[in-house]
Design a protein around this ligand. Structure first.
Ligand code: 3H9
Length: 707
């Protein structure tokens, strides 16, 4: 037997333990090990039943995702799980699967092939394959509807969201919840069922419903997928596969599932989503900061500023169980901030996200204050005041005076220099940027900005904190706009130039929304508030190079008081519910301003809109990478997916450029350079990779990245 699987016994109960840390993925050797163990058990007359369990922190998190790349390149034939699962199900002695941690993907499929499932209350069950652009590939779409019913199987396979043990018990996925030691409980259960006829999941057809009910389930699911999972292949195929379970025999259904699984596996979407999976984990690794670096325990925190960002950040901390002080300069602002927090929690309760009691507990962790007095007790302060250097420096001087030694002093600035902010304190090593994205309690991204003096301990603590807060932390360097906003600048710049040159507001947004962006760049501006960028541009006006074209239309809209959604008008106009409609007045204004500026408008096609906006982003990304402000191209991808609505199934902007081909991207950028001038100067790294026929991913691997 392989050393990934152990076979032991306890008075007539065989115990198969999978030990493939960290998550017991079904890597080569694991299925073979289980199969050999089953052979030995079949031949041992003393064994009456088998418990299949995972060693370490979890049951089985699925197939080994690293193997999929080998499968598509023909280097591996895949885990071959289907025959193993039939062997388990056909075993003459009952197999009891004992689950703790996660039974995900192939792990869930393995569990469903067992005759019974017992689990700790904290376990999770799911078919998350769609999140990797896949569908279950080892009969998950065929066994799950037989255990949990058609509607739930469709929901789980198309959303990828797991259920907890309680729900799994109600659904019929789990047979018993074990309190105390899982293995002992599972062995006791095994003794109860030993010698009795064991139910085979694939023969249980009673939950497969009737054609009329099923037709409604599938048509509703398809409508939801078309709306909420726009352009995605896997959810649609997952629905097709579950439908097959209701229309044909198990073996035939498995064949359909296999065909659809392979279609998804070879799709660009799946390759991109797998890239995203590994890149997200890679982002947590900082080359010069080892895993064992000391971190500072964060028992309490404070936020300076109770505006939109400050309030949101306070909620994020409170939601993670960290008590937080919220400071404002005057009572009216503090009251307004707290009222918004209360109403956000009330809305979440109304929408059923959590019960009233949870909202109250979270609210209790937020303490309003007008003074810095209590700041001496906190381990972390996050400053979230208006974006102006003078004000930020004033606040940090106060923090330096008020906070205890060892406290982390973080700024939520989205563009200003962390080093300059740190210079206003006597402890620049404690200063760091924690750039949250709006709305802070919703958006997953946390850009962690390393100043030149930020200590490794402070960086490591913030990276760890991002996980505690349920965020994806990405470490970036201290340049203007850091990574996210620096790259976003050229993207939005091109959107505005396109408007000046003749594209309509709606055409620009539509082209990028069709590409898969969560929102078009102009609608995004309206959501964030056009005045934010306007204020920043004014702060940096002295840095503008004379003779270099600057977009001007958005500033003009701001001068008219059109700040976006919050003023009811920006690029679009908005009703009370903040629903956007095109505003003919904007078109009129633009035509007048553009004429005054001597720009001749022309017809612009959707392809030019996407190429100019996205390649501007990629070109700046390449420059950032070369300058070392991002550790890896994949970090830029993660930032764009989690902070800027870039479609995950396209893998992020740098990965997308790789899929288009860097030579093609480079050539197009050269074309824009000729037409548009200096702003389109190709990034040297992009030129170099294009000429070598390489990708950003290959460049990353050469630099030591593993994603
Ligand atoms: C599938 O099963 C298809 C089937 O239908 C069968 C087809 C034939 N493989 O997330 P973490 C690594 S598709 C390989 O930081 P956590 C991960 O990269 C699969 N590696 O921990 C990381 O490595 P490193 C369906 C995996 O505690 C380390 O483990 N299953 C896999 O925050 C720790 O991971 C899924 O999609 C894997 N399957 O979360 C589940 N899983 O330390 C994917 C993890 O080098 N996994 N790694 O960076 C997860 O959702 C989370 O990892 C889990 C743990 C919730 C399990």
């Amino acid at each position: 037997m392989t050393d990934l699987v152990q076979l032991t016994s306890d008075n007539g109960i065989a115990i198969i333990t999978i030990n493939n840390p960290p998550v017991n993925a079904l890597s080569p050797g694991v299925p073979e090990g289980i199969s050999e163990a089953l052979d030995q058990i079949a031949q041992n007359a003393d064994v009456k039943a088998t418990v299949l369990i995972g060693g370490g922190r979890t049951f089985v998190a699925g197939a080994d995702i690293k193997e999929f790349g080998k499968m598509t390149s023909g280097k591996s034939r895949g885990p071959g799980l289907l025959p193993l699962l039939l062997k388990i199900e056909d075993s003459a002695k009952p197999v009891i699967v004992a689950v703790h941690g996660s039974a995900f993907g192939g792990g869930m499929e393995l569990a469903m092939a067992g005759h019974y499932r017992v689990a700790l209350a904290t376990a999770q069950f799911g078919q998350p394959e769609v999140k990797l652009g896949l569908i279950p590939g080892a009969a998950g779409t065929q066994r799950l509807p037989r255990l949990a019913g058609v509607a739930k199987a469709v929901e789980m396979c198309m959303s990828g969201n797991p259920v907890n043990t309680d729900e799994a018990l109600k659904l019929g996925i789990v047979d018993r919840i074990i309190e105390g030691d899982l293995l002992c409980g599972a062995i006791a259960f095994a003794r109860e069922v030993a010698g009795k006829p064991a139910p085979k999941t694939r023969e249980r057809n009673e939950k497969l419903g009737n054609p009329a009910e099923n037709a409604l389930i599938f048509s509703t699911a398809r409508e939801i997928a078309a709306k909420k999972q726009r352009g995605l292949l896997a959810p649609a195929r997952a629905i097709d596969a579950v439908e097959a379970a209701t229309k044909m025999a198990f073996e035939e259904g498995c064949k359909v599932e296999q065909k659809l699984f392979i279609e998804c596996l070879f799709s660009e979407q799946s390759k991109s989503l797998i890239h995203v999976f590994f890149s997200e984990r890679e982002a947590a690794k900082i080359p010069d900061i080892p895993k064992q670096t000391n971190t500072i325990p964060i028992h309490s925190a404070a936020v300076v500023g109770a505006g939109t960002m400050g309030g949101g950040i306070a909620m994020v901390l409170a939601n993670a169980g960290i008590p937080v002080l919220v400071k404002e300069a005057d009572q009216a602002a503090l009251d307004r901030g707290l009222a918004t927090i209360r109403s956000n929690y009330a809305n979440s309760v109304k929408r059923g996200r959590f019960p009233q009691q949870v909202a109250e507990e979270r609210l209790k962790r937020i303490t309003p204050t007008l003074a810095y007095d209590d700041f001496s007790r906190v381990d972390l302060v996050i400053e979230a005041v208006f974006e102006g250097m003078a004000l930020k420096k004033e606040v940090f001087q106060e923090l330096d005076r008020a906070c205890k030694p060892g406290a982390i002093l973080a700024s939520n600035t989205s563009t200003l220099s962390i080093d300059e902010i740190a210079s206003s304190t006597s402890r620049p090593e404690a200063v760091i940027g924690t750039h949250f994205f709006s709305p802070a309690n919703v958006m997953r991204l946390l850009e962690i900005v390393r100043g030149k003096a930020s200590s490794k301990e402070v960086v490591a603590t913030c990276m760890q904190l991002s996980k505690t807060l349920g965020k994806v932390g990405v470490l970036v360097g201290n340049c203007r706009g850091f990574v996210g906003n620096r790259v976003f600048g050229p993207y939005r710049r091109e959107a505005q130039f396109l408007i000046e040159e003749g594209a309509s507001v709606e055409a620009v947004d539509q082209a990028l929304s069709d590409f898969g962006m969560a929102m078009g760049p102009l609608a995004t501006g309206d959501l964030a508030g056009l005045d934010v960028g306007w204020r920043i541009r004014k702060e940096y006006r002295h840095l503008e190079v004379p003779g270099i074209r600057q977009p001007f239309v958005e500033d003009r809209l701001c001068e008219l008081g059109r700040y976006g959604q919050k003023t009811g008008a920006g690029w679009y106009k908005y009703d009370d519910q903040r629903r956007a409609t095109p505003d003919p007045a904007v078109g009129k204004h633009i035509r007048k301003w553009v004429e005054e500026a001597g720009i001749v408008q022309r017809q612009i096609l959707a392809a030019e809109i996407t190429d100019r906006c996205l390649y501007a982003l990629v070109n700046e990304g390449a420059r950032i990478l070369e300058e070392g402000f991002a550790l890896r191209a994949s970090d830029i991808d993660i930032i764009y997916i989690n902070g800027y609505g870039f479609p995950a199934h396209r893998g992020g902007p740098m990965w997308y450029a790789d899929t288009v081909g860097l030579k093609r991207v480079y050539d197009r950028i050269c074309e824009f350079h000729r037409q548009q001038g200096e702003l389109w100067q190709p990034a040297p790294l992009l030129k170099q990779l294009a000429e070598l026929g390489k990708t950003f991913a290959e460049f990353g691997r050469e630099q030591g990245a593993t994603a």
